[in-house]
Design a protein around this ligand. Structure first.
Ligand SMILES: [Zn+2]
Length: 89
């Protein structure tokens, strides 16, 4: 049996395989962006590619808690939040 890395969604708190989640990364300036490569440096957090999770995960308190400090959603992330869609492939 293959062991897959597991991560917790900051929206619903479910633990899922990392490949099923969108990785968010906080840059040095405190802005949280979508990490499409999955390997950007910086503190990461994960959220399901589902509207509810993205909406919940992007609430101010959630981001700050996930990143243990001030964190603000990037325009990229805010756009995803508005569309309510997945990140696409
Ligand atoms: Zn979720």
């Amino acid at each position: 049996m293959k062991r897959e890395p597991q991560r917790t969604c900051i929206g619903c708190r479910r633990v899922r395989a990392r490949v099923q989640l969108i990785r968010l990364v906080r840059r040095a300036d405190g802005v949280v962006a979508i990490d499409r490569s999955g390997a950007a440096p910086g503190r990461g957090a994960y959220v399901c590619a589902e509207r509810e999770c993205v909406e919940r995960g992007l609430k101010r308190g959630r981001l700050a808690r996930a990143f243990r400090g001030a964190a603000e959603a990037s325009a990229d992330l805010a756009a995803l939040f508005r569309q309510g869609g997945g990140p696409g492939k």
